[in-house]
Write a protein that binds this ligand. Structure first.
Ligand SMILES: Nc1nc2c(ncn2[C@@H]2O[C@H](COP(=O)(O)OP(=O)(O)OP(=O)(O)O)[C@@H](O)[C@H]2O)c(=O)[nH]1
Ligand SMILES: [Mg+2]
Length: 404
């Protein structure tokens, strides 16, 4: 499963974002370092379910698949909520950077920034608007860079010697060193190819400064990142604009405003049947009799989600998976006429696969045995047989034929 980490300075709303997305029971409080041990949970991307397409409605007698809500399908991904990161963490400040190691398994990072400017660099509460959130974006990147630089630096002498004695390529040695951080040899090759100052044949003359630049380029290439401009419900508009402008100017990470608190309130109200609301919706219906206080709170949130076209939380998860990480959703079936499995369940499963994956890869996602005995695949919509190398498109429904 895809793992996405939620990171950022203390008190920015990471656990609120996590809880809103997973409805897991975690601690949220208005002081720094509420979270120490990481939380893991399941969140979902939201996609249109194919069962509502006309041709599929006809083929299935309009039954619907029973796996979607109002035509939306929720496909699981793993979320990781880690402790807050403060400036100087790489030198051991705050909780140090040990927990950065929790980010190792993550394919992408959602950097939760307190866009309201209501918390200082260490996460202490200050007046809204008095802290500049742009600083948080810079320091966070610097800490990640220093983390990777620290790993390279610690091992550099050893790597140098090994490269010289054994003639192993420096990109191979570096990638072995950084494998735990999720960095591959391909990442390093690409970075070195791109760099003007780092001559790989001349690695012995690389300076500390060169190693720092190398670390920064490696992070940029290997960890996809997105900025969640959180607390948008109370943030001065100016702050959101500055975050977006800076990102555009520096070709930085996408910035998406959100309110984790609003999303959490809506999902909790929906769970308690006070409102009808689906994550990602830009409105909701009040379905039972809320108290006056609840109604007021809900109406305030309604104003916010009308203005921002949703709370931003679902959009962020979708953007990470489909834009940053470039995944597609595919639906395996056994009967391409009924769009079902062998016992008649319509579109029983949805899988997320990296773009470029083939039907054989999908077969392996279903079961390794099916992958091993894969013969060919059929596009269930067109009934056409797919070529061995055919890359799956988003939303494909695929019949896999295999030897039994
Ligand atoms: N107004 C507003 N407040 C929020 C929002 N998200 C979180 N908060 C508040 O910000 C404070 C910190 O929230 P947490 O989710 O505990 O923050 P955290 O980043 O996990 O904090 P640490 O675990 O201490 O690093 C709490 O008082 C939340 O209620 C939001 O979208 N809007
Ligand atoms: Mg927390």
């Amino acid at each position: 499963m895809i793992t996405i980490a939620i990171a950022g300075k203390p008190n920015s709303g990471k656990s609120s974002f996590f809880k809103a997305s997973t409805l897991a029971d975690v601690e949220i409080a208005s002081y720094p370092f509420t979270t120490i041990a990481p939380n893991t949970g399941i969140a979902y991307v939201k996609v249109k379910c194919p069962c509502k397409e006309e041709a599929i409605q006809q083929a299935t007698g309009g039954k619907g698949c029973g796996n979607c809500i109002d035509g939306f399908r929720f496909v699981p991904v793993e979320l990781l909520d880690v402790a807050g990161l403060v400036r100087g963490a790489h030198e051991g400040r705050g909780l140090g950077n040990e927990f950065l190691d929790e980010l190792r398994q993550a394919e992408a990072i959602i950097h939760v920034v307190d866009a309201s400017g209501g918390t200082d660099a260490d996460g202490n509460v200050v007046d809204v608007g008095s802290h500049n959130p742009l600083e948080d974006v810079d320091f966070f990147k610097a800490e990640l860079d220093m983390w990777v630089y620290g790993i390279i630096k610690r091992n550099w002498r050893k790597l140098e010697r090994k490269a010289e004695l054994e003639g192993t390529k420096i990109e191979r040695l570096l990638s072995e060193q950084l494998a735990g951080v999720g960095v591959t040899e391909e990442h390093i090759k690409a970075v070195l190819l791109e760099s003007r100052s780092l001559d790989r044949a001349n690695f012995k003359s690389w300076t500390d400064e060169d190693l720092k630049n190398l670390a920064a380029s490696i992070i940029k290439r290997s960890k996809k990142m997105l900025i969640a401009a959180n607390k948008a419900d109370i943030a001065p508009e100016e702050n959101i604009k500055r975050l977006k402008d800076k990102s555009k100017e520096k070709e930085g990470e996408p910035v998406i405003p959100c309110s984790a608190e609003a999303e959490l309130a809506l999902r909790t109200a929906a769970k308690n049947k006070i409102i009808t609301y689906l994550p990602g919706d830009a409105d909701f219906e009040i379905s039972s009799n809320p108290t006056e206080r609840q109604r007021k709170g809900l109406e305030r949130i309604r104003e916010f989600i009308h203005a921002y076209e949703g709370t931003g939380v679902q959009e962020i998860i979708n953007r990470v998976v489909f834009d940053l990480l470039d995944y597609v959703v595919a639906y395996p079936v056994e009967d391409e006429h009924k769009f079902s499995d062998s016992v008649g369940r319509i579109l029983p499963d949805a899988f997320l696969l990296k773009r470029g994956s083939t039907a054989r890869d999908l077969a392996f996602s279903v079961h390794s045995d099916i992958g091993e005995s894969f013969l060919y695949a059929v596009d269930a919509r067109t009934k056409l047989r797919l070529g061995e190398k055919h890359a799956l498109e988003n939303n494909d429904i695929i019949k896999v034929v295999y030897t039994r």
